[in-house]
Design a protein around this ligand. Structure first.
Ligand SMILES: Nc1ncnc2c1ncn2[C@@H]1O[C@H](COP(=O)(O)OP(=O)(O)O)[C@@H](O)[C@H]1O
Ligand SMILES: [Mg+2]
Length: 269
């Protein structure tokens, strides 16, 4: 006979195994998981994640977009999603918009301005619950908007979510590249793949070339640059749907990204 403590412990182990198994089953149905990452906030991570996801969907792939930027979960806003996801028998059904299935941490906030202060184990738990409960069905790509920087939250997420690789967003300026370099080092320390660097805000104001230099220096693929444009001010839709020049930039980026994914052995279409 086992003591109540032993039974409780056994029960806990069983639950944690069930959770792990369920997460593995869920993620098995997703061919490619891409993290979008940066050294700091405001460099265009959400912009890249959203427009990349919609680009891949337009090219015919089945795509999911997961927003786990705990402190600033902006994906739903940028995608123009106001409704909450459905729960069916304890499962989260992603909200579909512009051909992309979306789940965001923001769906579980009481109100938009609420500050979310979470620590490592809570983040780990929340991510696991997300992964366990979300019914993505089959996906070719899951694009994940990560928290910026090299602190506890991105680290926890990188360790809980098995990703095929990361796309690092930087800017033409040196300082951002220093942060981006730290990010690349962190990804490598965790033995994960860097799929490439994107330079955002390219143009007369901030210049050009920092992203490419960073890619050369760290020996990762360069995925292209995204010009600083006023068309991003219209937030009614993802910008690739509003501006054909932006659409071209993202199409070109997706092409190089797919090549990079093949090189790391991903089965992306
Ligand atoms: N290439 C660009 N040109 C003009 N504005 C941009 C560009 N990229 C992003 N933005 C704008 O900059 C702001 C910050 O971008 P965002 O993607 O939210 O950054 P992050 O997710 O890294 O914090 C947003 O208002 C976005 O619309
Ligand atoms: Mg963001």
């Amino acid at each position: 006979m086992s003591t109540p403590q032993e039974s409780a412990r056994l029960e806990q182990i069983k639950r944690s195994w069930q959770q792990k198994r369920q997460i593995t089953e869920r993620l098995d149905k997703i061919k490619t998981k891409i993290g979008v990452y940066s050294g700091k906030g405001g460099v265009g991570k959400t912009t890249v994640a959203v427009n990349l996801a919609v680009t891949l969907a337009k090219q015919g792939a089945t795509v999911g977009l997961l927003d786990v930027d705990i402190d600033c979960p902006n994906v739903a806003k940028v995608m123009g999603i106001t409704e909450k996801p459905d729960y069916i028998e304890g499962q989260i059904i992603p909200v579909e918009k512009h051909g992309v299935k979306v789940v965001s941490m923001a769906f579980f906030q009481e109100n938009q301005d609420e500050a979310i202060i979470w620590r490592g184990p809570m983040i780990h738990n929340a991510i696991n619950q997300f992964l366990q409960a979300t019914d993505w069905a089959e996906l070719d790509y899951l694009v994940i908007d990560l928290p910026p920087g090299t602190s506890d939250s991105p680290l926890t997420i990188m360790q809980s979510l098995p990703m095929d690789g990361f796309l690092v967003v930087s800017t033409p300026q040196d300082l951002a590249n220093l942060d981006a370099k730290r990010c690349i080092n962190m990804i490598r320390k965790l033995n994960l793949n860097v799929l490439g660097v994107v330079e955002n805000y390219t143009g007369d104001i901030f210049g050009k070339g920092g992203g490419k230099d960073l890619a050369n220096e760290t020996e990762v693929p360069y995925l292209g640059d995204l010009a600083l444009r006023s068309s991003y001010r219209d937030t009614s839709q993802p910008t690739i749907l509003l501006d054909s020049a932006v659409e071209e930039e993202f199409d070109a980026m997706a092409t190089v990204l797919k090549k990079s994914l093949k090189e790391v052995g991903s089965e992306a279409p």
